[in-house]
Write a protein that binds this ligand. Structure first.
Ligand SMILES: [Fe+2]
Length: 477
């Protein structure tokens, strides 16, 4: 018979090994790293643990299984950062998967000594002229809608996920990411109520929103601006005059720069190519000047090559929005003439918590006496609209102008549900500021945007949290 002492000892050992072994605060997830052109491919595996130290080993190899005898096993280089936020110590790790081949599956394992902590697979970007990806924003609230959308996205097996900003509510804090973002998108299993194991395999490209920078005063929010801790995005953005800022004690600010390791503030703007899509992700916060010459020059350079690709721009705050929420914030309209000139096909935004798709449009902003585009103190930008009424996305599929999509129904409380599918309620005045540019507005359902490209054809589908199709168009070139 097992003695009482033995049992007590066993329980003590079990509890001590839990106490003394390293625990994940965030389980390993894939980020794109600094891979933007179609010449070099890498991925970065990121995870966070509690304060207990431990030596991690991350192995990876080509193929679907780590036991695939055909391929060589590599050890990833691991870097780690100590975070001391709100009096809690934790460790943020990064394993670097460099010199990867395009169009291949890879498998990885994460171990501490001989203990298997996590395993996963991912696929590298493609050179083929086709992609499939999900887009949504305004998500991290731990709501049932957020998990249901994550579950539907997972069913579609995206190559990547593009988030249009406001990853977590309400202030972009480290603790908010840990409770309202990673549990839903890096869940242990797929479930409508809990989310899905997406981030273990699928790179998420994040766009900076207003809630992501809300915690920029580190005195008030010591774990604020966590966006730049957790993301590992391409570092090919321009050096613009107005960037996100952090404020705090000298030590806090120094630590923040050290712990974000060159990602802050440069990755507020970045671009990447995947197959035949070229995505430019921009910061659209109120400190940004869309007419910044370095920004405009960079966007122009980005879209000056590779004519056969789909040109997509993502930013958080929509310029063309027919909802009542955030109506006056229109500064990104100032970019429209440049994006039209460069042949941008699609602009993807969030911020307004619903789904809106515009008629393809061209916009000429009003100028002041000195010939510069004018932005009013209210935030509005007046101008002239040219709408392509012929485009229907079914039989007429070659748009004249840009299609603007707001896809901010990813999980945060929906806005203006009463105007859903009711065009008579979308009107704003005067005509120099609003014309009926919105084709579809669905504001009573959580949803995400699904984009597929096959050569010269792009299909955009809006899918709700139950998997039903809400809207669909085909665009051809
Ligand atoms: Fe927002």
């Amino acid at each position: 018979m097992m003695s009482r002492f033995f049992l007590t000892g066993l329980l003590l050992f079990a509890s001590l090994s839990t106490v003394f072994s390293q625990q994940f605060l965030v389980t390993p997830y894939i980020q794109p790293g600094d891979a933007h052109d179609l010449k070099h491919e890498q991925k970065v595996l990121v995870w966070q643990t509690d304060s207990v130290s431990g030596k991690f080993f991350v192995a990876f190899k080509k193929g679907k299984s780590i036991f695939d005898a055909l391929h060589t096993l590599h050890q990833a280089k691991i870097t780690k950062t100590k975070l001391e936020l709100n009096g809690n110590v934790s460790w943020l790790y990064r394993a670097h998967f460099d010199h990867l081949d395009f169009d291949h599956d890879y498998a990885y394992t994460v171990k501490v000594e001989d203990r298997l902590m996590a395993r996963g697979n991912f696929r590298t970007r493609t050179h083929h002229h086709e992609t499939k990806f999900a887009v949504f924003g305004d998500c991290g609230t731990a709501s049932p809608g957020q998990s249901a959308v994550a579950f539907q996205v997972y069913q579609k097996k995206p190559d990547f996920v593009l988030l249009t900003g406001d990853q977590v509510y309400t202030s972009g804090l480290e603790i908010e990411f840990r409770k309202r973002f990673f549990p839903q998108y890096a869940a242990a299993a797929a479930s409508k109520t809990r989310g899905a194991p997406l981030m273990q395999s699928v790179p998420f490209y994040l766009t900076l929103g207003n809630h992501d920078v809300k915690g920029s005063n580190l005195r008030e929010y010591p774990d604020g601006m966590a966006y730049f801790y957790y993301t590992d995005l391409p570092r090919n953005g321009p050096k613009v005059k107005s960037t996100p800022q952090v404020d705090g004690t000298k030590d806090q600010v120094e630590d923040y720069f050290k712990n974000t390791e060159g990602r802050f503030p440069g990755t507020a703007n970045y671009s990447f190519r995947h197959g035949n899509v070229h995505v430019v992700s921009l910061d659209a916060n109120n400190y940004v000047n869309p007419l910044d010459s370095a920004l405009q020059k960079w966007i122009r350079k980005e879209f000056s090559h590779h004519k056969n690709e789909w040109r997509i721009v993502a930013y958080h705050h929509p310029g063309f929005n027919s909802s009542n929420a955030h109506y006056d914030y229109q500064q990104m309209r100032l970019l429209s003439p440049l994006l039209e000139e460069l042949g941008v096909d699609l602009v993807l935004t969030g911020h307004v918590h619903n789904y809106q798709r515009s008629i393809p449009l061209k916009f000429i902003p009003e100028k002041d006496k000195s010939g510069d585009y004018r932005i009013q103190s209210s935030g509005r930008v007046n101008g002239e609209f040219i709408l392509d009424q012929k485009f229907d996305g079914k039989t007429m599929t070659k748009p004249e102008g840009i299609i603007y999509v707001t896809t901010g129904a990813g999980g945060a409380q929906l806005y203006d549900a009463e105007i859903s599918n009711k065009p008579e309620m979308w009107e704003h005045t005067p005509k120099t500021n609003w014309v009926p540019f919105t084709k579809t507005l669905i504001s009573d359902k959580y949803s995400f945007t699904w984009v597929e490209t096959h050569g010269h054809k792009l299909t955009l589908t809006q899918i709700d949290a139950e998997g039903a199709v809400l809207d669909q168009i085909t665009v051809t070139r």
